[in-house]
Design a protein around this ligand. Structure first.
Ligand code: 1HE
Length: 263
C-alpha cells in the first residue's frame, strides 16, 4: 500500500515506525543544501504526517546535516522574489515550530546558515560530537532569511548571534550545548538512537501537555508578564482537568506511576 510519504521529492525521505515519524534530508552530494524542492518536501512531509505520529525526528544523510541555503538559487533572484523566498521559508518553518507534534532534530557535521535556522524551529535538539554551527551569511554578504534573527537569537541571544555573523566563527558541539543551540551531545553515530528515544518519550506525554508546550509556552514567554501569568493559569486549569491528566495523577497517588528520580 503506498504510504503518505511516497509522493515526497527524493531529496527528503519520510517514514513512520510506530508512533514516531522520521524526516531525513537526503541530498548528501550537495551537503543537504536547502533548495526550493527540499523546502517544499519538508512542508509536504509535515502536511502528510499520519494521524498516528506523535513525534517527529528530523535528521540528515551524509557527512553534514546541512550547508544551508542552496547558494546557486540565490544568484538568480530579484528583490521581490528574494522576499517571497524568505517568506516561504518562514511559512514552512512556522509549520514545524507550531505544528501538531514535537520535533526532535538530530545534527551532525555542518549545521550552518539555513540549516541552523531549520533546527531552531524544532523543539528538541540533539548534536553528535561532529556537529558544528556557523552563520556564514555575514561573509557571503547576505543576511539570515529563514527566521534566524528571531529563533537563533532567542536561543543564544542577539549579541552572540551578531558576533557569530560578523566574524563567521564556528561553535563546536560542546560549545553549542553550553550556549543553548542543542540540548544533548552524543557520540558520533548515536544521534538517531537518542533522537528516537526522546521522540518516544515526548510522544507519550498527553496531547494537551504537548499542545501547551508547543503553542502556549512560547507565546507566554514573549508576552508581558502579567498577561503571561494569566495565560498560564488558564492553560494550567485546562490541562489539569483533562481526564487523561486526572488518570495520571491518580496513578501516581496509587503508587502506580514512576517517581522523579535522578537519571
Ligand atoms: C553547495 C552548498 C550550498 C555545498 N549551496 N551548493 N552556506 C554556506 O556558506 C556553506 C557552504 N558550504 C560549505 O562551506 C561546505 O560545502 C561544507 C563545509 C558544508 C562541506 O564541505 P565539503 O568539503 O564536504 O563539500 P564541498 O566540496 O564544499 O561541497 C560538495 C558539493 O556541494 C559542491 O558541489 P559540486 O557540484 O562541486 O560537487 C558544493 O558546491 C555543493 N554545496 N554547500 C549550493 N550552500 C534563508 S537564508 C539562509 C542563508 C544561508 O543559509 S547562507 C549559508 C550558505
Amino acid at each position: 500500500m503506498p504510504s503518505d510519504f511516497d509522493a515526497l521529492p527524493p531529496c527528503v525521505l519520510g517514514s513512520i515506525n510506530g508512533d514516531v515519524a522520521e524526516l531525513r534530508l537526503s541530498r548528501p552530494d550537495k551537503r543537504n543544501a536547502l533548495d526550493d524542492t527540499m523546502i517544499a518536501g519538508i512542508e509536504m512531509f509535515f502536511d502528510r504526517l499520519p494521524a498516528e505520529a506523535k513525534a517527529v525526528v528530523l535528521h540528515a544523510q551524509g557527512e553534514h546535516f546541512s550547508a544551508g541555503l542552496d547558494l546557486t538559487e540565490l544568484t538568480i533572484r530579484k528583490t521581490p522574489e528574494a522576499i517571497a523566498h524568505s517568506r516561504n521559508w518562514h511559512r514552512v518553518f512556522r509549520h514545524i515550530e507550531f505544528g501538531r507534534v514535537p520535533v526532535v532534530a538530530v545534527m551532525h557535521g555542518a549545521v550552518v546558515g539555513g540549516g541552523l535556522e531549520l533546527i531552531a524551529s524544532c523543539h528538541i535538539r540533539v548534536a553528535e560530537r561532529s556537529a558544528y554551527y556557523a552563520l556564514p551569511e555575514g561573509s557571503r554578504g547576505i543576511f539570515v532569511g529563514g527566521g534566524g534573527s528571531v529563533r537563533v537569537s532567542r536561543l543564544i541571544g542577539a549579541s552572540r548571534m551578531m558576533e557569530m555573523m560578523m566574524t563567521g566563527r564556528t561553535y563546536d558541539a560542546e560549545q553549542g550545548v553550553s550556549i543553548g543551540l542543542s540540548h544533548y551531545v552524543v557520540e558520533d553515530g548515536k544521534g538517531l538512537e537518542k533522537g528516537i528515544e526522546l521522540a518516544r518519550q515526548v510522544g507519550a506525554n498527553t496531547p494537551m501537555t504537548n499542545y501547551a508546550l508547543i503553542h502556549v509556552l512560547p507565546r507566554i514567554a514573549e508576552s508581558d508578564p502579567d498577561s503571561g501569568l494569566m495565560m498560564e493559569s488558564l492553560m494550567s486549569a485546562i490541562a489539569s482537568t483533562e481526564p487523561e491528566a486526572q488518570g495520571r495523577l491518580e496513578a501516581f497517588l496509587a503508587k502506580r506511576a514512576p517517581k522523579v528520580l535522578r537519571r
